[in-house]
Design a protein around this ligand. Structure first.
Ligand code: C2E
Ligand code: MG
Ligand code: MG
Ligand code: MG
Length: 289
């Protein structure tokens, strides 16, 4: 009986593995089609200048472009459902190209007479950064859209930088030489050493949400975040606190000297039209439900 039960369990397990594999294949084919069919969309989440925020009309410094997939059957899919898959399959390269070009165009559309300085951050996967021609692609995207290089920020995760430091650092230096800014995303999660950070050609540290979560009512959590922000200062980097959800966190981060904040407290990622409205101060953010 035990044996039969085992067999049955194995069969069920294999069937589910098989269907999971099929589902991934299906999703990959779908994603490839979606790219061509224009089903990918960008939402934009504002970064807020801390210290200027009076709680009523936060000062928007810029936006981060975040990709979504408007799937015909599954609805609006968050990146967690398809970006890892795109990375594994190599589709991240054409996907990332589209994101970069679209984000540059949107950045230009967001500039206004009173605000000619709105920054745009774009997430870049390491496979994309190290693909042949990436630096040229960035320059072409700037030229085609008319976006000034200093308004473009490329975000690379700390883990990605660590994984390919030898190849990645010279590429970042090349991009930075033309005025483009580089941010280390999810900083604090990748165990990079301080000496290593000193040698890296970067401008911005994005303090990971996992630290921001603990700055209030947790002494150790606060010390860690404080240390990261202080380190950013001493290396002449600007710091962005990610995932700020409440006013107490924002107050704490402001006193600790973080430059910018980003999070549901101010706004979720929103479509371009709403992003423009946020910039005009015409609308409060769209908080999470
Ligand atoms: P990320 O670059 O660290 O982006 C921040 C993520 O945190 C976004 O999730 C954002 O919606 C979410 N977030 C912002 N504020 C809050 C908050 O207050 N609370 C909580 N709980 N979450 C907050 P999203 O849009 O789901 O993106 C997840 C990740 O997917 C991004 O993390 C980034 O690593 C990746 N990603 C997104 N768009 C792209 C892209 O165009 N290319 C690549 N290569 N990766 C992308
Ligand atoms: Mg990011
Ligand atoms: Mg991040
Ligand atoms: Mg993060």
């Amino acid at each position: 009986l035990a044996k039969d039960g085992g067999k049955r369990a194995t069969a069920v397990y294999e069937a589910s593995l098989h269907s999971a594999a099929l589902e991934r294949l299906q999703l990959r084919a779908d994603l490839e089609r979606a790219l061509g069919a224009g089903e990918l969309v960008l939402h934009y989440q504002p970064t807020i200048t801390l210290g200027l925020d009076d709680g009523l009309a936060p000062t928007v410094h810029g936006f981060e472009a975040l990709v979504r997939w408007q799937h015909p059957e599954r609805g609006l899919l968050a990146p967690v459902h398809f970006v890892p898959l795109a990375e594994e399959s190599g589709l991240i390269v054409p996907l990332g190209t589209w994101v970069l070009q679209e984000a540059c165009r949107s950045a230009v559309a967001l500039q206004q007479p009173g605000r000619p300085d709105v920054a745009m951050s774009v997430n870049v996967a390491v496979a994309q950064l190290t693909a042949p021609g990436f630096v040229d692609l960035v320059h072409a995207s700037l030229a085609e859209s008319g976006l000034a290089p200093h308004l473009l920020v490329l975000e690379i995760t700390e883990t990605a930088v660590l994984a390919g430091a030898d190849v990645v650092a010279p590429l970042l230096a090349q991009l930075r030489a033309t005025g483009i800014r580089i941010a280390i995303d999810d900083f604090g999660t990748g165990y990079s050493s301080l000496s290593y950070l000193r040698d890296l050609p970067v401008d911005v540290l994005k303090v990971d949400k996992s630290f921001v979560d603990h700055v209030v009512r947790d002494e150790q959590g606060a010390s860690l975040a404080e240390a990261i922000i202080a380190m950013g200062h001493s290396l002449h980097l600007t710091t962005v606190a990610e995932g700020v959800e409440d006013r107490d966190q924002a107050t704490w981060l402001t006193s600790a000297g973080a430059t910018y904040g980003q999070g549901y407290l101010w706004s979720r990622p929103v479509p371009l039209v709403q992003a423009a409205a946020l910039l005009n101060g015409a609308e409060r953010g769209v908080p999470a439900p």
